[in-house]
Ligand binder design. Structure first.
Ligand code: TRP
Length: 370
């Protein structure tokens, strides 16, 4: 097996069916999607296209929702600027909040990134946290039902719950799940207790035993395994999770987008020019020459441009299918296909950036403080 997914690194070409096996999660089946469609009245693009592809107890969440509404929880480790890949679970949370009227809890783990990243100071991660929160708010959440907190600033509440978790998780468990070693700093060893807290926070703040659904990339699942193991002993429900795959890197078919490699991703703060440059230089499934491409067609299945359309920027099913065919049959060349994508991305980003600016004035309405 030539790929690796942990909360810290994603390497190689990821085989998502193997991941389901490895993580011991459930695939999102056709029946479950049909169930969702009945409840929500429609299927979000991310579900229809299996961008969210795996889950734990999502069926249970749907089943009990009428009697016991679920809260949403997701998070962000502030290491640098937010890119389009980060937005995917947030866009999905916004959709679920609208559909199910859910309270939404968002954890910003500046402590985690300080502890895990040699090069970042406490001041750095806090500053990045506040910057990233603007992108979260720009996704359009309802301020009355959205609760964003930064770990080091919401520490009093978090710590008091975290110790109840930490008391029930051994070093040997976290070593097995996260690969910690004797040389691992002790902050990192404690941290999984902090990331577990928002799974229980809705129960505490809403004064009811609250089901919680976590939309997040699959690499975070280790945390939920540990949390689920202790939940019932602490008197809470096990958190449910729904996992998305990674938006591919613009520079090739392997690995996820990376904040440390500027050209691999489109960042939310990129200018129009940056978007065009990155998209025009992206890895495609095109042939070496136009003549060859006309004759033999391109390969959309390995093309990052096609994947961007598929994931986010071509929601119409007929249109995306036609693009796939047109590419394979040599009817469309990479130049115009890229230019069109860049234009669509920029249309999206321009609006996002406007909302991002406005978020500065209302940030405090979204913050949970103790
Ligand atoms: N550990 C996550 C990261 O590195 C941040 C995070 C905290 C998170 N809580 C979460 C992500 C819940 C998804 C869901 O980015």
């Amino acid at each position: 097996m030539d790929f690796k997914v942990t909360p810290w690194e994603v390497e190689g070409e990821v085989d998502y069916n193997k991941l389901i096996e490895q993580f011991g999660t459930q695939p999102l089946t056709q029946e479950l999607l049909a169930e969702f469609e009945k409840k929500a009245g429609e299927l979000h693009l991310f579900l229809k296209r299996r961008i969210f592809f795996s889950h734990r107890d999502f069926d249970w969440i749907l089943r009990i929702h009428h009697e016991e509404p679920f809260a949403l929880y997701t998070g962000r480790g502030p290491t640098g600027p937010v890119h389009l890949g980060h937005l995917m679970p947030w866009i999905f949370c916004k959709y679920l909040q609208d559909k199910f009227n859910s309270n939404f809890y968002f954890q910003v783990t500046d402590d985690e990134k300080f502890l895990f990243r040699e090069e970042l100071s406490v001041e750095d991660t806090k500053e990045i946290a506040y910057d990233n929160i603007l992108d979260i708010i720009a996704c359009g959440f309802d301020s009355k039902k959205t609760f964003i907190f930064i770990d080091t600033e919401y520490a009093k509440t978090l710590y008091n719950i975290a110790i109840t978790v930490a008391k029930r998780v051994t070093f040997s468990t976290t070593r097995a799940v996260f690969g910690f070693e004797n040389s691992t700093n002790i902050g990192m060893i404690f941290f999984p207790a902090i990331q577990a807290v928002p799974c229980f926070l809705p129960s505490i703040l809403e004064k009811r035993k609250a089901p919680v659904l976590i939309p997040a990339a699959i690499d975070q699942d280790n945390y939920w395994r540990v949390t689920r193991d202790v939940a019932e002993r602490l008197g809470y429900y096990k958190p449910a999770a729904i996992h998305n795959i990674f938006l591919p890197s613009l520079t090739g078919p392997s690995g996820k987008m990376s904040a440390s490699k500027e050209e691999t991703a489109i960042f939310c703060k990129d200018t129009r020019e940056q978007v065009f440059t990155k998209v025009m230089n992206a890895f495609t499934g095109g042939r070496a020459t136009i003549a060859e491409q006309r004759k033999f067609g391109g390969n959309p299945d390995i093309c990052t441009i096609y994947q961007y359309y598929y994931f986010l920027f071509m929601p119409d099913d007929d249109e995306v299918e036609k693009r796939h065919l047109d590419c394979k049959s040599g009817n469309i060349m990479c130049g115009p296909c890229k230019a069109e994508l860049a234009e669509r991305i920029w249309t999206f980003l321009e609006k996002h950036q406007e909302r991002r600016e406005k978020a500065k004035d209302v940030l405090e309405e979204f913050m949970l403080r103790d």
